[in-house]
Design a protein around this ligand. Structure first.
Ligand SMILES: [Mg+2]
Length: 370
């Protein structure tokens, strides 16, 4: 067996897992009570395995598990017999074959690179350069909920040490201001990311900003306040209110991001590997930095598999991104062994090969051998 033969992909398995969420994950465009995710296990010729996660959020990207698995089977067949050493080329081919299935591509790309870095015995973050390997603080998400529930959730997370709160808004701007104000009053020293998932008109976004200014809240970022195509509106909010805007739905791909930059529509971009695919996400980080934009690394409703991969980007590429990597904390159970861990709001690095984790229940669930 030649040295490179050991990197050949010999098996790809897919497995569905339902992951109940503690509080319904309600955003302006829809909600999730159970994350219907799927996992990829990819095996190399030498027996090394790699894992990846497919975490579609139907209300945000229009993908669901069924459509993603269908695409993952087609893309998986394309990968069989190929070598992980050519991962850039393979990622490019996956994008050409399935431009509209980023969640499936993300799962396969993550598994490809987890397997490669396990085979060469280095952590995944080393592949990106190991620029800044250390513990890092994430925000915590408060979904759209009643004022009382918002207060209760905020208190619980605050007691656990969280100081950056991502508040989901977009159903009723006056209630949104009241919820943010309640957090500000009850939790000293917190800062906000306020994410309306395209839920506001320009006027409502202005009302929100003025409301937060009135009670003296620290608004770190206003995320995707307006419809994704309203780049002019986002640029105007930045100019009129000197508020830092983060593009999320407006920047689903590299092409989108270039448009956001041209329109001066954002100060930050929220990069999610499930939204753009992993390799395209890395390109987006590079392009955002080159354009002088701040980077936020976030995710859909993901376990520590996909979030571990995003954390590896923070550690590997450096540049102090804002981390929005909290969704494993919102789930009732954690199906993952190993990997990074949480100490309060801080993610702690791992030092073993690849993502350093396993999914013990992978066997038990229905799986597909390609
Ligand atoms: Mg968002």
């Amino acid at each position: 067996m030649s040295a490179s033969t050991s990197f050949t992909i010999t098996k790809i398995e897919l497995c569905s897992l339902d992951l109940p969420i503690t509080d319904p994950f309600v955003v302006a465009t829809g909600q999730l009570q159970v994350a219907h995710n799927a996992f990829v296990r990819l095996t190399l010729h030498d027996g090394t395995v790699g894992y990846g996660e497919i975490a579609p959020f139907p209300a945000i990207t229009g993908e669901n598990r069924e459509s993603s698995l269908k695409k993952a089977r087609i893309l998986g067949r394309h990968l069989l017999g190929q070598s992980t050493l050519y991962y850039q080329r393979l990622g490019h081919e996956l994008s050409e074959l399935a431009p509209d299935a980023p969640a499936a591509r993300c799962g396969l790309e993550t598994a490809l690179l987890d397997a490669l870095t396990r085979a060469i015995h280095v952590p995944l973050w080393a592949l990106w350069g190991g620029a800044d390997v250390r513990a890092r603080e994430t925000d915590i998400t408060i979904p759209i909920a009643s004022l009382a529930r918002t207060r209760e959730l905020a208190r619980q997370w605050y007691e656990r040490g969280f100081r950056l709160f991502k508040i989901k808004v977009g159903h009723d701007v006056d209630e949104d201001v009241r919820r943010a104000e309640a957090l500000h009053r009850h939790c000293a020293g917190v800062a906000f990311v306020i994410d309306s998932n395209q839920g506001y008109t320009r006027e409502e976004a202005a009302t929100l900003i003025k409301g937060v200014n009135r009670f003296g809240g620290t608004l770190l970022l206003l995320e995707q306040p307006l419809a994704k195509d309203d780049l002019e509106g986002h640029a105007k909010l930045r100019r009129d209110f000197r508020v830092a805007v983060a593009a999320d739905e407006s920047a689903q791909s590299l092409h989108d991001l270039q448009s956001v930059i041209r329109h001066e529509a954002a100060d930050f971009v929220n990069i999610k590997i499930t939204k753009s695919g992993l390799l395209e996400g890395i390109l987006m980080v590079t392009v955002a930095k080159a354009a002088g934009l701040g980077v936020m690394l976030g995710g859909m409703v993901e376990t520590r598999v996909a979030m571990g991969c995003s954390y590896s980007l923070a550690m590997g590429l450096g540049g102090r991104p804002v981390l929005d990597l909290d969704t494993p904390l919102l789930m009732e159970t954690d199906p993952i062994d190993g990997g990074y861990t949480y100490e309060g709001p801080r993610l702690q690095p791992w030092h073993g090969p690849g993502l350093g984790l396993a999914i013990p229940s992978f066997q038990a669930a229905t799986s597909d051998h390609l």
